[in-house]
Design a protein around this ligand. Structure first.
Ligand code: ATP
Ligand code: MG
Length: 147
C-alpha cells in the first residue's frame, strides 16, 4: 500500500466516534489536547494503533473514569500520550504486556485475547517509533508513543 500523509487528529476523532457506545455505556469522559500533526503511513496501521490503545483505555477503566489524549509536535516526531484513570498495571507484569497473548492475571474476568498491544508495538516498530508505559495500580495507565 502506498504511504499517504495521515492526520493523527482525524484518526483519533474517528476512533473515538467508533467507540462512542462503550464510552457512553461506562460514562467515561474523554479530554483531548491535540496539536496538528501528520505522518507518512498506511492509514490502516494508524487506525489499528489508536483503536487498540483507546479500546484498552475504555475496557480497563472504571465507571465514570477519564481518558486524556494529548498530541504534541516534537522535532521530527509526534508525541502521543494516552492516559486513563483505570485499574493500572501491576509493576511486575509491566514488561510483559506487549507480548503476544499476554494478559494481566487479575483482569482475566475482562474478556480479551492479549493481542492488541503486540499489534500496537509491531506498528510502532514498523515506523521506527517508540512506546513506553507508566502505571500505578488502581490509579492510572499512561502510554507514551513517539512516531
Ligand atoms: P485484545 O486487545 O487482544 O482484545 P487484551 O486487551 O487483553 O486483548 P492487550 O490489548 O494486548 O490485550 O493488553 C494486554 C494486557 O495488558 C491486558 O490484558 C491488560 O491486562 C493490560 N492492559 C492493557 N492496556 C491497559 C490499560 N490501559 N490499563 C490497564 N491494563 C491494561
Ligand atoms: Mg486490548
Amino acid at each position: 500500500t502506498p504511504l499517504e500523509s495521515i492526520s493523527f487528529k482525524e484518526v483519533i476523532l474517528d476512533t473515538i466516534q467508533t467507540l462512542e457506545e462503550p464510552i457512553k455505556k461506562k460514562d467515561i469522559k474523554v479530554y483531548l489536547d491535540l496539536e496538528d500533526a501528520s505522518i507518512e503511513a498506511d492509514k490502516r496501521d494508524i487506525e489499528k494503533l489508536f483503536k487498540n490503545i483507546i479500546e484498552n483505555a475504555i475496557k480497563y477503566n472504571k465507571e465514570q473514569g477519564s481518558i486524556w489524549i494529548q498530541l504534541k509536535k516534537k522535532m521530527n516526531q509526534t508525541e502521543i500520550i494516552i492516559k486513563d484513570s483505570g485499574l493500572g498495571i501491576p509493576k511486575d507484569e509491566m514488561d510483559r504486556i506487549f507480548e503476544r497473548f499476554y494478559r494481566v492475571n487479575q483482569f482475566r474476568r475482562i474478556p480479551g485475547t492479549g493481542l492488541g498491544l503486540s499489534i500496537v508495538k509491531h506498528i510502532v516498530n514498523k515506523y521506527h517509533g517508540n512506546i513506553s508505559v507508566e502505571s500505578v495500580e488502581n490509579e492510572f495507565t499512561k502510554f507514551i508513543i513517539l512516531l
